[in-house]
Ligand binder design. Structure first.
Ligand code: SAH
Length: 280
């Protein structure tokens, strides 16, 4: 990366790039976010170096970048969870704390998943999920694959039994210690699916977000955000206590010092083949 990269970008994009509304983003990407190069390129493109405009542009590019990073993190998380579920061969999946139904919607697109259940304590979230899925307008055959349940992870629930896999995506950090303790037993002891895919923020990664003051959580409803060591200790404790195996997978761009933005644990019941219907 150097001045010749700036030249290359200008040679290739000179005509259309100056007009392009997303020129900052494109130049940023192309020059791998090296601020000086990006500034040089934009100055040459626009033939001006007004400090104020420059700063405003940089700020909006940064904001856009952050919004994009957040968006793509959601997508990466969904993609990572989907990949594990697909690979497992699971056919009946329950999404615990399904929120507005993004995972349910993604699962519906894959024929492999025959029974998809979303469960949440929030009526409002389930209403939005129902709209997102256009449940009322789905053909009967598709509709039969989906079930949205109002319920709480704090109470044993027979409706949660018999699934090949359960997902808990960004849910545990919303539970305070007594609720989390109850949820652990509901999931790993009562429902006891052969596969549990669980994600939670990695607190160590938060230093990368300029707008997040040190020690603050990513969301006001979070009761905790764990470091990698804390999450591993918790997940290994769950695995040992309830007789599951556990492996860990990173989600999002991994940074050498802080690890990835999101951490994922995949719990599986020893000796059970998810694809064959698990414990059935
Ligand atoms: N899994 C979704 C939503 C994450 S937000 C996604 O990834 O988009 C956390 C969700 O957990 C919220 O929808 C909230 O209503 C739900 N939740 C919180 N406490 C719960 C409980 N005790 N039982 C079930 N769901 C709960």
């Amino acid at each position: 990366m150097g001045d010749d990269e700036v030249e290359k970008l200008l040679r290739r994009g000179g005509d259309w790039l100056a007009e392009h509304p997303e020129r900052e983003l494109i130049a940023n990407r192309y020059l791998k976010h090296q601020r000086r190069l990006v500034r040089d390129a934009l100055e040459q493109l626009l033939g001006e170096d007004d400090e104020e405009q420059e700063e405003a542009r940089e700020k909006s590019a940064q904001e856009e970048e952050q919004a994009e990073a957040r968006l793509s993190l959601n997508e990466q998380r969904l993609g990572a969870v989907m990949a594990v579920l697909k690979e497992s061969g699971a056919r009946r999946v329950v999404d615990l704390g399904c929120g507005e139904g993004r995972l349910v919607q993604a699962l519906l697109k894959e024929k492999q998943f025959e029974q998809i259940t979303g469960m949440d304590v929030s009526h409002r979230a389930l209403e939005i999920a129902q709209e997102r899925l256009k449940l009322d307008r789905l053909p009967e055959k598709q509709k039969k694959r989906i079930q949205l349940l109002n319920g709480s992870l704090m109470y044993r629930d027979e409706r949660l039994a018999g699934f090949d896999a359960a997902a808990l995506v960004e849910v545990i950090e919303h539970l305070d210690p007594p609720r989390l303790a109850a949820c652990e037993r509901v999931v790993f002891e009562a429902a006891r699916p052969p596969l549990v895919v669980l994600t939670t923020p990695n607190a160590e990664y938060n230093v990368h977000w300029e707008n997040l003051a040190p020690g603050k959580f990513r969301h006001k409803d979070h009761r905790f955000e764990w470091t990698r060591a804390e999450f591993h200790a918790w997940a290994q404790g769950m695995a040992a206590r309830f007789g599951y195996g556990v492996r860990f997978l990173p989600i999002g761009p991994e940074d050498a010092a802080t690890g990835p933005p999101t951490q994922m644990a995949v719990f599986s019941l020893a000796g059970q083949n998810v694809a064959k219907g698990g414990s059935q």
